[in-house]
Design a binder for this molecule. Sequence first.
Ligand code: NAP
Length: 300
Amino acid sequence: MPDLFKSLFTGGMYSFFQRKYTLVDMTGKVAIITGGTSGLGKQSSLALAKMGCHVFIGARNKDKALAVVQEIKQETGNDNIEVLEMQLDDLSSVKQAANTFKSKGLHLDILMNNAGGCGAGGKTKDGFQTAFQVNYLSHFLLTELLLPVLNNGRVINVSAWGHKLQNKIDWNRVRQDDEDGVNERALDNYADTKLCQVLHTRKLSQLHKNINSYSCHPATDVWRNVYAPIKNMMTPFFTSEKDGSNCQVWLAIAPELKNESGEYYFNLAKDTPNPLVNDQAVVDEYYEKSREFVAPFLDQ
Ligand SMILES: NC(=O)c1ccc[n+]([C@@H]2O[C@H](COP(=O)([O-])OP(=O)(O)OC[C@H]3O[C@@H](n4cnc5c(N)ncnc54)[C@H](OP(=O)(O)O)[C@@H]3O)[C@@H](O)[C@H]2O)c1
């Protein structure tokens, strides 16, 4: 099936084609899920909590996150749900979050780099295009800082089909601001971030044989913001946020994936990523740039 068609069609009508994962007992396992306060991250947190996992909800808004923690505790009976505060548009906050987690003396089994979205404009105080930093660069830093506690763990980078729209990364664009406050490059910015996540996944698999890294396109709930009466009428056919999170949850738990790493998935199956992922020069350049960008925040 052609990629664009596959993405749009299954995004809307995915419930017909939905693959489901088999539940796994995750008692004793520890996960950090960024963006766990809403959408796919919240559903992933709930799913892992139901399987007994100790879940840290990475969140910028503590009050919102505490409400989600309460909701998940009540629904699952799992009391091991906590908030890990982090502002993903601030690299020092990411470093602080990593230190806070490491100070607990826990092993990390799952790092789900999920937070983000399309459209964020402007520049962060660290000097990066906001979406680039929130969706990707902060997650790169978080992963680097948590590597010491991730032995035998899994990193899941929640990317998107849109990563295939780029045929190169424009390193000037990731530093650009929007002169008039309107992000006219939103789609390009988004595709940059999603491509970086897939490259990150590949590079991790090359550098760290003790970690399994996966990226995915979640089943897209593209309809959730449409005019309510239409949405309500069509809801039975559309992908719910819960179903939308299936692929990333499966990547976090599935025993059958333990010998795979560095790959890209869609609908609980391996899928073809942007061909740039197979160009070692691109993978290496991307990694060097990312390390350079976060250098002041890396542990020495
Ligand atoms: N759903 C889709 O259609 C779809 C399709 C393909 C890929 N994806 C990818 O899936 C991931 C989740 O998407 P979603 O649709 O579930 O998004 P969402 O419902 O909009 O949730 C985004 C999450 O990211 C958090 N976040 C945003 N900016 C942040 C910041 N500066 N610091 C800390 N946290 C921040 C939000 O926190 P608040 O709750 O505080 O706002 C929220 O928890 C994204 O990476 C997206 O690109 C989604």
